[in-house]
Design a protein around this ligand. Structure first.
Ligand SMILES: Cc1ncc(COP(=O)(O)O)c(C=O)c1O
Length: 389
């Protein structure tokens, strides 16, 4: 008898859902070598090209020279080097919160925070399109989980009205820019509902930080009078580095330092990552033109998809999904684009709902006009003569 994982793998292959790692070598800000060929990368989250920024690289190298390659311990032991304090100060300043706390990655951050804040007898309300790290945090908490329809305030309101009183604590989770759809979450309206029903709100700004806001602070700004209780952001996307943060109150920070297992039982981030993140935050305010350019290109690409090609897309950000009818068509487009020197990876269930496999184009301000044009030309060629989705 074959071991059961092999049967499952076979099943995935049959359905066109087998995931495979490709090996890439970055050759510049937006070019990666794949299978010996230099390709334009439309699948990275390096929205501002900061992973290759000379000043950020220099800061990381300096930190290695000063502190070494690893942090040697968890933060609660001796891993909490000075760069953590500097980075957390910079985050709380950017977000206009009392305090901030840095975690190992966005996944770890959501997993730890949600499972720390809620437990049996509590209720976690998730937007239906919340990222896997949010879902997994809720599952780990053993709280009751209810999903509300995506960005649908009446669905959320109805659940709160019907269920709030049956649970001790209620945490609502949402994203400010949704990772696979690129659309924006109605954060102030959700916050209003949360306050009306004595619920807490966690808003994940993973794909908003760096790209939105006058200084790149994200959708939730320094000056906002009312803010979610917990604001999550990652350093691994527009900031080009690695790690994540939670911007919050001093009291919540103290609570997380005492209770969040992903912080307590995990080695502190390497000094190079901390220093790179700090430098990226320092550069953010100066990148206003980059942010404008990025969002304009995304709008332009959406126009092509909808108006010229009659295809299905959505969103209002640098993430432009192209939703197709079948996994088969998505895989064909992925292969076609690769032949044209463009990497744009297929996104299939379970990452997205069964009826909406897609290619998720993520743009970078480090691209130039002709890079965007070559994607547009390739899309026109692929879809010309094809039946529209
Ligand atoms: C909304 C959201 N939150 C969290 C994460 C996880 O962040 P990280 O890649 O830093 O683990 C992602 C990653 O794609 C995401 O899209």
């Amino acid at each position: 008898m074959k071991p059961w994982p092999l049967n499952e793998l076979h099943g995935l292959k049959e359905k066109g859902l087998l995931r495979k790692l490709i090996t890439t070598t970055p050759l510049g800000k937006v070019i990666v070598e794949v299978d010996g060929r230099a390709c334009l990368d439309f699948s990275s989250n390096d929205y501002l090209g900061l992973s290759q920024h000379p000043k950020i690289k220099k800061a990381a190298i300096r930190a290695i020279d000063e502190y070494g390659v690893g942090s040697r311990a968890s933060r609660l032991m001796t891993g909490n080097i000075r760069l953590y304090t500097d980075l957390e100060d910079a985050v709380s300043k950017l977000k206009g919160t009392e305090a901030a706390i840095v975690f190992g990655s966005g996944y770890l951050c959501n997993l730890s925070i949600i499972s720390t804040l809620t437990g049996p007898g509590d209720l976690v309300l998730l937007d239906r399109l919340c990222h896997a790290s949010i879902v997994d945090g809720a599952l780990l908490s053993k709280a009751r989980i209810i999903r509300f329809a995506h960005n649908d305030l009446s669905s959320l309101k109805e659940i709160l009205e019907q269920k709030r009183t049956s649970y001790k604590n209620v945490l609502i989770c949402m994203e400010t820019v949704y990772s696979m759809d690129g659309d924006i979450g109605p954060v102030s309206e959700v916050l209003h509902l949360a306050r009306q029903h004595a619920a807490m709100l966690l808003a994940d700004e993973a794909h908003a930080v760096g790209v939105f806001g006058k200084k790149g602070e994200g959708i939730i700004s320094q000056g906002d009078e009312q803010k979610p209780d917990v604001i999550i952001g990652t350093f691994g996307k527009a900031l080009g580095g690695y790690g994540a943060f939670c911007a919050t109150t001093k009291a919540f920070r103290d609570y997380l330092v005492n209770k969040a297992r992903g912080l307590i039982y995990s080695t502190a981030l390497p000094p190079a990552s901390l220093a790179a993140n700090l430098k990226a935050l320092e550069l953010l305010p100066s990148l206003e033109n980059e942010r404008k350019r990025l969002l304009l290109w995304a709008k332009d690409l959406r126009n092509l998809l909808v108006k010229e090609l009659g295809l299905r897309t959505g969103g209002d950000s640098q993430i432009v999904p192209l939703i197709l009818k079948s996994v088969q068509e998505v895989l064909e487009l992925e292969a076609f684009l690769k032949k044209r020197g463009i990497i744009a990876r297929a996104i299939r269930p379970p990452t997205v709902p069964k009826d909406s496999p897609r290619i998720r184009f993520s743009l970078s301000s480090a691209m130039d006009e002709k890079d965007i044009e070559s994607l547009k030309e390739a899309l026109k060629d692929f879809f010309s003569g094809r039946k529209k989705s």
